[in-house]
Design a protein around this ligand. Structure first.
Ligand code: ADP
Ligand code: ZN
Ligand code: ZN
Length: 741
């Protein structure tokens, strides 16, 4: 057996994983993440390293492989486990070891760490009084002031002595030298959570919640660490379930990480955790300074907290005894990093949990295809909540065919049905949310008469319109001329599809002058807390209609919202991406889930040009499983993830010719190292083929097995490293990319 070892970061060249033979006495004992002592370099100097992988075969010359000397004696440092995780990330996502280490280790803060110092009396009262007499005799007034105060209080703040009692630093040092007092310091960590009330009351769990909690507890008590998929409709009480599971591991002195998409990380969400766990929680978010973030990491390391809540990067919280990682809204694309290493938090959380003996809970009302597929295959354990916790009915959904609206002479983006319902809500003084689906590109071409969308004949994704009247497939590079009339029905109403929040706001104000309207998009939320302020105003019912992009579909409960209008359900459907159907289903379901959270039943209007599309139909019927069946069949047919794995190879450089030649070589090389390679697509030009004079190309590789792709990545990395021709280019890998380039 052989082990892959990363040699201690402070010493040698980092960017390599070294292989060592596992001595027989360590076989079966040695595990990934353990710290070992290995002989290193020409002198075989004893060096610490971390095991990041174990295998039966060795890639190096077997005759030259050295043997691990022994296990390191001290307990595995927290950083050690994170270093091992970094090694795993480098192996699985590409890039250098340094890039991975920078991702997992908290950055040192730039500013001076805030330290609070105290002066403590070391003498008994009797001894102290004797000393005081002595100082009085010598007329050492500063010492008298300091000692008298210490005799009264025992401990005083250093600053107090200096500033209020006018005692100099030299005097305090002298007291310390004479053994009279002692200066102590402690780190002061800024606490981002100000509120201090804690009024949590136990909840009566529904039967489904209780079942989920029990299943977790039974496995946990057996010492089994699994990955669970908590699939529960919106409002089914997933957060309550997470909190109960967290409480279970905390009781054993373990800690938990809760990942929440930044956009949903609102005051309301944090307060729910605070009410239950009080000061033992902390948060991370992107608005905090480096210093504040570093403080939170250190509080975690020094056991000052039990629960860390935050977006993707909170996954690397250095807890000494991690017991559970929760990923809420696990389907969110923000869990995938756009920087090297382009890791996915879901997979990385599972890898970290394995290293540390922790469990993972993935939660969603609309699970990613990946998670649901793995749960179906038995790789994850499925926990299901089918009912809303307060038994509220799901909203009634109307699907409006915009082609029919056009035929009936209504050219407005607001259908007649939606108009009527908005009016009704204004009369009843109930609230409305209008959601504009802006995710995905507006680059696709569709027919407003028949709904036809121009797609690539090879890849079944939408073609994107480029300058010069060309339509391009971003997967395979296939091109064709733009159409003057619809190839399906001959209508002239064919073209790009555009609708902005601002235009909608103007339109609504015209059509409903009596309504109080709020708009939430990138523009109106630029300032700090802009996002929170708009949501607060709406929650306080100071507005009737809230217009927004996907930003508004999460985080808040608005009990008085009884109508949700989805203006252009198609926009995300025809993004040029194999995940378009999935994204559309998720957005529509979540938007619909905003309606009728209070006592009144809700209604939802979905406006679309493609009412027959399965993503729209299943979202309207609110049946995730029906959607999943259709979608997974499509993925299997086309060989897209999760049925098969996809590796994107991105090549960028100033010299267009060089980028093209490099792509040719890389593709040829890939075909050579894997002779029966079938799944090579491209090279194609990404959406923006040239940015700031940098040309970009992308090649996709498909295979059923992930290991085949990581192996290909390793080989390509070596090939790139030894060929000087590639040095002027920037080459990156992206596994199962979230966006198309
Ligand atoms: P989800 O995360 O699944 O959308 P939440 O955990 O946010 O659901 O729960 C929705 C609402 O229902 C919250 O206000 C929560 O406090 C409440 N809730 C959850 N479980 C129960 C329960 N068993 N009894 C009463 N209320 C509950
Ligand atoms: Zn048409
Ligand atoms: Zn194509």
């Amino acid at each position: 057996m052989y082990a892959k070892v990363i040699v201690d970061i402070t010493h040698e060249k980092l960017d390599k994983v070294f292989e060592y033979r596992i001595p027989s006495e360590l076989e079966g004992v040695l595990q990934v993440g353990m710290e070992v002592i290995v002989p290193f370099g020409n002198g075989n100097r004893e060096t610490n390293g971390y095991v990041i992988g174990i295998s039966e075969t060795c890639e190096y010359d077997e005759g030259k492989v050295k043997e691990i000397l022994r296990l390191a004696e001290k307990r595995l440092a927290i950083e050690g486990k994170l270093v091992a995780l970094a090694g795993w990330m480098k192996e699985n996502y590409g890039g250098t070891m340094i890039q991975s280490l920078k991702t997992v280790l908290p950055i040192k803060r730039e500013e001076q760490q805030k330290i609070k110092r105290y002066v403590r009396l070391c003498l008994s009262q009797e001894e102290g009084r004797a000393k005081l007499e002595e100082y009085l005799k010598k007329n050492q007034r500063a010492r008298v002031r300091a000692l008298a105060a210490l005799l009264d209080n025992g401990v005083l703040e250093y600053e107090f002595l200096i500033k209020k009692l006018n005692v100099s630093r030299e005097v305090l040092r002298a007291l310390e030298d004479q053994g009279v007092a002692q200066i102590e310091s402690e780190h002061v960590f800024r606490n981002p959570i100000k509120d201090r009330k804690q009024d949590w009351k136990p909840v009566d769990y529904t039967e489904e919640q209780q079942n989920a909690i029990d299943r977790f507890r039974e496995d946990y008590l057996k010492g089994e660490q699994k990955t669970y998929l908590l699939y529960g409709v919106t409002g089914s009480g997933k957060t309550e379930v997470y909190m109960e599971m967290i409480a279970r591991v905390i009781r054993d002195g373990k800690q938990a990480i809760v990942l929440i998409p930044e956009i949903a990380l609102t005051y309301q969400t944090v307060m729910r955790f605070y009410k239950r766990f009080g000061n033992r929680i902390s948060i991370l978010n992107s608005r905090m300074s480096n210093g504040e973030r570093y403080d939170q990491m250190m509080r975690a390391k020094e056991s000052g907290i039990d629960v860390m809540i935050g977006p993707r990067s909170a996954l690397f919280t250095p807890f000494p005894n991690l017991g559970l990682i929760v990923i809420d809204e696990e389907h969110e694309p923000t869990y995938k990093s756009e920087q090297i290493p382009r890791y996915h938090a879901r997979e990385t959380a599972i890898a970290r949990a394995k290293l540390e003996g922790a469990s993972v809970v993935l939660g969603s009302a609309t699970p990613s295809l990946e998670a649901f597929y793995r749960a179906e295959q038995g790789e994850y354990e499925m926990l299901i909540l089918r009912e809303r916790s307060k038994k509220q009915a799901l909203p009634e959904v109307h699907t409006i065919d915009l082609r029919e609206e056009l035929k009936a002479g209504n050219r407005s983006i607001i259908s007649r049905k939606l108009h009527e319902l908005i009016e009704d809500r204004l009369e009843k003084r109930q609230q409305t949310i209008l959601f504009i689906n802006r995710r995905g590109y507006a680059g696709f071409i569709s027919c407003r008469s028949c709904g036809h969308v121009v797609k690539c004949p090879h890849c079944d994704v939408s073609m994107t319109s480029h300058k010069g009247g060309k339509l391009v497939c971003h997967y395979c590079g296939y091109e064709e001329q733009e159409h003057a009339v619809c190839p399906e029905c001959g209508s002239k109403h064919i073209g790009g599809f555009r609708a902005g929040t601002q235009q909608i706001e103007e339109l609504i104000k015209q059509e409903f002058p009596q309504a109080r309207v709020l708009r939430m998009d990138m523009d109106t939320t630029k300032e700090k807390d802009g996002h929170e302020k708009i949501l607060e105003t709406f929650a306080n019912e100071e507005a009737d209609i809230l217009i927004g992009t996907q930003m508004i579909v999460k985080g808040h409960d608005f009990p008085n919202v009884t109508l949700v209008g989805i203006l252009a359900a198609d926009l995300s459907l025809y993004a040029d991406d194999y995940r378009a159907g999935e994204r559309t289903f998720q957005l529509l379901t979540q938007a619909a889930g905003r309606a009728g959270r209070g006592r009144e039943k809700g209604e939802v209007v979905i406006q679309t040009y493609s009412p027959e599309h399965y993503a729209i139909q299943t979202a309207a019927a609110q049946t995730y499983e029906a959607f999943y069946e259709e979608e997974i069949a499509y993925r299997k047919l086309m060989g897209y993830p999760p049925a098969e794995q996809l590796l994107a190879l991105l090549v960028a450089g100033e010299d267009e010719k060089l980028v093209e030649t490099a792509c040719e070589y890389l593709k040829k090389y890939a075909e050579r190292v894997n002779s029966n390679w079938v799944g090579v697509i491209g090279p194609a030009s990404p959406y923006v083929g040239k940015v700031n004079d940098v040309y970009r190309k992308v090649i996709y590789f498909k295979h059923a097995r992930y290991e085949v792709l990581t192996d290909l990545k390793d080989k390509l990395e070596q090939y790139i490293e030894v060929n000087s021709g590639f040095t002027k280019l920037r080459i990156q890998f992206d596994f199962n990319p979230m966006n198309i380039f």
